[in-house]
Each structure stands twice: as structure tokens, then as C-alpha cells.
Write a protein that binds this ligand. Structure first.
Ligand code: BV8
Length: 281
């Protein structure tokens, strides 16, 4: 058995279960993680050059190229047994997925409730560079197509969201909104950008109320996301960690399952809740 009886009991009785996930849950789908061992993304690229609004303002094409290459990898990826195991628990328990990942794989696996703390690769949005607009005191207005703030003399007042059809995160010149000419960017949260308050508030409420938080595949290095599992612990949740490596959470976790998401999560589902690949106990 994976757990002492006391913990097994609490897991089986739990009604509200949060899965807090990081890049490690998608590693076995062929998507690079950021910080672990040499082939992590931040071992090859400087996040300050590809994952901040300043980097995009300075060189939008370089940032767009980096993200469109990542998007190509994600488009070819499929959910692994770890994503599927989490999705299979949803029909029998109140499960919330809170992810730092931007790859849409939890949704693709069938998880019905996913909070994306750092946005989503495939949701583009307008880039608004305040400096651009302040020159010459042009009055900004909200673009009717992309919702960005655009200089009044640059907006097609008859524009609409449909005009953005076909604009995707693919290799090529950085696209612009056809109605206001604003550059488009990936809908992810970069360093030095605040998370969407409504998403963060929902995530905090969820971890405070949950009976169990299962932390899968995160180094817990990035704030404010990394504080959430600790907030759950402070509020009396049972904490289980799934990771081949120890993290700062390991010291306070009630159980640490050393191993990969695709190996451990199906075992966890079967042993604790009797859920198998077929999805039913
Ligand atoms: C912000 C973009 C306010 C999307 C990313 C304190 C409080 C507040 C802010 C800060 C603070 N201290 C510092 C900051 C600033 C900064 C920060 O946290 N910096 C850190 C690095 C020091 N935070 C921010 O800027 C955040 N915004 O706070 O706004 C503000 C405003 C202005 C000025 C200051 C503050 C925004 C953070 C979001 C950044 N965006 N990415 C994208 O391109 O993907 S971060 C990036 O890291 C990804 O989103 C990623 O999801 C995230 C976290 O990484 P992990 O998911 O944990 O992945 P990692 O590779 O690190 O670890 C993988 C783990 O998996 C490992 O443990 C490994 O052992 C394990 N593993 C490997 N294989 C497997 C496995 N596990 C299971 N199975 C396997 N097979």
C-alpha cells in the first residue's frame, strides 16, 4: 500500500480534491519542463529575454518565434496517463485542477474544471505598450475587435472579434489586430505581469476549502502560484506530493510519492479510489 491507514482513510473520505500541477505533469507528453536537469527550458533560454513584457516590447519577433516553436511542440502532444488519471477522478469526487501550465492538456484529457494560473498558449491577446501611446498624446480607445487599447486614429470603428479569425500562434511575422494594428501576443502570464485576479482568487478559495491537495510536477519556484500548496496546508488540507525530486513542499507534505506523474497517478487512483483507466471504480 502507498499510504499508512490514517492517510488512506482521509484520502478516501475526502470530497474536495485539488490537483496543483506544474510542468512535470506534462513531461511525459514530450513537453520540456523549465528548471529540472540540463534540458529544462530555462537552461537553454534566458526567461528575461523571452518571457517578460519588456522582452516582447524590445524584440516582439524573438518572443513570438520562441512561443510559436513551443506551441508547435504542444500541438503534437497528447495527454499522458497522469493527465488522464486526474480527469478520471472527476466523475466521483469534487476535483479542481489548478495548473501553472499553458498547454491545455488537462482540458484535453477531460478535466472539467481547470484554473490556468499562467494563462494559455492558444489564447492570443493584444500587446499594449503604454510608451507607444503616450507619444504625441494620442487618445486611446478600446478596440472593438481585440479589446486592446489603441490610438484613436488607428482603430476601425466597425471592427469586431470575427476579424481576428485565423490569427494563431504559428511561425511567421508577429500578427497585428486588423482593426487597430496592435501587436498580438501569447495569452500567457509573463514574469513581472500580475496573474488574473479572478483566477488567483478562485484558486486561493479552492485550496483553502479543499480536503486534499495533490501537488504534481512543480518545483514550487514561481510566485505567487507556489504559495498555494502551503496555503492549503495552513488551512488543514492533507498534502500529497508527486515528484521524482524533493521540493520545499516535501518537508511538510503528509505523503511524498517519489516518481513520475504518468506512473504514480494511475496507481494512486486505483489504490485509493478504485479508479482505473476505464474511469469507473
Ligand atoms: C507576479 C510563462 C506581481 C508562461 C511563467 C514573490 C511574490 C510575487 C512575485 C515574485 C516573488 N518573488 C519573485 C517574484 C517574481 C516572479 C517569480 O516568482 N520569480 C521567481 C522565478 C523567482 N513572479 C512573477 O513575476 C509573477 N508575477 O508576481 O506579479 C509582480 C509584478 C511586478 C513585479 C513583481 C511582482 C508571474 C509568474 C509567471 C511567470 N510565467 N511562464 C509560459 O511561458 O509557460 S513561469 C514558468 O514557471 C511556467 O509558467 C511554469 O509553469 C512555472 C513554474 O514552473 P514549474 O511548473 O514548477 O516547472 P519547473 O520546470 O520549475 O519544475 C518541474 C518539476 O517537475 C520539477 O520539480 C521536476 O522534478 C518535476 N518533474 C519532472 N518530470 C516529472 C516531474 N514531476 C512529475 N512527473 C514527471 N515526469
Amino acid at each position: 500500500m502507498m499510504f499508512p491507514d490514517t492517510i488512506l482513510q482521509r484520502l478516501r473520505q475526502a470530497q474536495r480534491i485539488v490537483f496543483f500541477t506544474g510542468a512535470g505533469v506534462s513531461a511525459e507528453s514530450g513537453i520540456s519542463t523549465f528548471r529540472d536537469h540540463a534540458d529544462g527550458l530555462w537552461g537553454k533560454f534566458d526567461p528575461m529575454e523571452v518571457a517578460t513584457p519588456f522582452a516582447f516590447a524590445a524584440n516582439p519577433q524573438k518572443v513570438w518565434d520562441w512561443y510559436s516553436q513551443r506551441a508547435d511542440v504542444v500541438r503534437k502532444a497528447v495527454p499522458n496517463a497522469g493527465h488522464r488519471a486526474i480527469a478520471q477522478l472527476s466523475p466521483i469526487k469534487n476535483v479542481e485542477v489548478i495548473t501553472q501550465n499553458v498547454d491545455n492538456l488537462h482540458q484535453a484529457a477531460g478535466s472539467p474544471s481547470v484554473l490556468e494560473l499562467h494563462g494559455n498558449l492558444f489564447r492570443l491577446k493584444p500587446f499594449f505598450d503604454k510608451e507607444e501611446l503616450s507619444e504625441g498624446g494620442r487618445t486611446p480607445i478600446i478596440c472593438p475587435a481585440c479589446g486592446g487599447l489603441a490610438a484613436s486614429d488607428m482603430v476601425d470603428a466597425f471592427g469586431c472579434k470575427d476579424d481576428l479569425q485565423g490569427i494563431e500562434l504559428v511561425a511567421g511575422p508577429v500578427p497585428r489586430c486588423p482593426c487597430c494594428n496592435t501587436l498580438m501576443r501569447p495569452g500567457v502570464v509573463w514574469f513581472y505581469e500580475t496573474l488574473d485576479n479572478s483566477v488567483l482568487d478562485a484558486a486561493e478559495a479552492s485550496v483553502i476549502e479543499c480536503d486534499v491537495l495533490i501537488c504534481v510536477g512543480s518545483s514550487l519556484e514561481v510566485q505567487p502560484a507556489a504559495s498555494l500548496p502551503f496555503l492549503a496546508k495552513q488551512n488543514g488540507s492533507l498534502i500529497v506530493e508527486v515528484n521524482p525530486q524533493p521540493t520545499s513542499l516535501s518537508e511538510i507534505a503528509d505523503a511524498t510519492l517519489v516518481g513520475s506523474a504518468a506512473e504514480v497517478l494511475p496507481l494512486l487512483m486505483r489504490e485509493v479510489w478504485g479508479v482505473t483507466e476505464g474511469g469507473m471504480p
